[in-house]
Design a protein around this ligand. Sequence first.
Ligand SMILES: *Cc1c(COP(=O)(O)O)cnc(C)c1O
Length: 436
Amino acid sequence: MKFYSTNNTSHQVSFKEAVFNSMPQDRGLYMPVQIPRLDEKFLNNLDGYTLPEIAFHVAKNLLGDDIPDGDLRTIIHDAINFYAPVVSLEDSVNVLELWHGPSLAFKDFGARFMSRVMSYFLQEGEKQLDVLVATSGDTGGAVALGFLGVPNTRVTILYPKGKVSGIQELQLTTNGQNIRAIEIDGTFDDCQALVKQAFTDPELNEKFRLTSANSINIARLIPQTFYYFNAYAQLLKQNKDKVVFSVPSGNFGNIGAGILAWKMGLPVEQFIAATNANDTVPEFLKTGIYQAKPSVQTISNAMDVGNPSNWVRIADMFKADSAELTKKVIGFSYTDEETTQAVEKIYSNYNYVVCPHTAIAWQALKDWQQDQPTGKATGVFLSTAHPCKFPDVLPDHVSKAIVIPEEVQGLEEKIKHAASLGTDFEGFKKYLLKNG
Ligand SMILES: *Cc1c(COP(=O)(O)O)cnc(C)c1O
């Protein structure tokens, strides 16, 4: 399969090139030149396949012969080695738990698949791949644990000092091996600015083979389609074949993958884009005007994005048919206060604890269902992270009810290793050159 730039469809590259470049020079994003439609037999019998089987079939259709079957199977089995169960909370309200991977967030799907694809494409004797990543918390953990021990790669994570949760910091700083962390005395935006500048610095690019691991990489998008098919498969087993997905959204990679799955033939009645106060997309869906804004800080901080980078992919998939887009995707946005109330309601209604991002998706699903004739479609909201990653923003009585997963308990005993730097680029550059 070839991939084109959303800014210039005649600019086409191989999958390998799209993975290592992340972003085309023209600042569009890579998309498959043709979105394949999966065969009816597969789609109608999804409930007969396991998650890795589904993943292979979907990836094979998207990638063609870019990776031979045997190697693709190995990559998938190694990357997607955890479950994504659909759990019923009440009639027509189900949660798709995407946090059973090592970093306890859905980003494990993308990061683990991408790291193995990159490692696969690195030929023997090639220069080590240096992954630079800025994180507000979740991305760094997924990328660190995704690349941990992957041969011929090294990851450098920049995170804002004092602005990630305790568990997130442990996931970033206790890995050792090919992973190193730097705490920056600044904000997430400062971290991102340092990484961006590094990519344009001639001296650093001369010395290192730099690559980014952010959510615009096509190798992160593709594996996120797998769990939509797999969720549908689980519902088919209960004879439910009409589904609506509510997706907590920041950079819109997660919901973009869902829309890609739908384009490939997955029957989805409706997508709900659920955001916090960063409501650029819900506003667009309401008014037809896309107005990027500076991001505002919220308690669901993994979604604090004022100009979602994956939106161009979604627009591209609808080929500017905005009537179809606004029919298929509906937006809801919530304040922090409403988010906290949703966390409390979910806890008191179902005795179930969610992270603030997940709570927003639940609330959006409930609000959407309110206006629908009952029995129209089965609701699924995506749970993007385990609540133990965000204990400080949950109400105390809910936070106390969190059951900390075993993997995390082990982390507490490990020693934190992180360099400390300021926000000036020269200091960061010196660090990279000195520790090359
Ligand atoms: C990254 C993240 C999101 C936002 O996902 P996008 O793909 O950027 O829309 C939502 N929730 C959590 C917990 C995240 O880590």
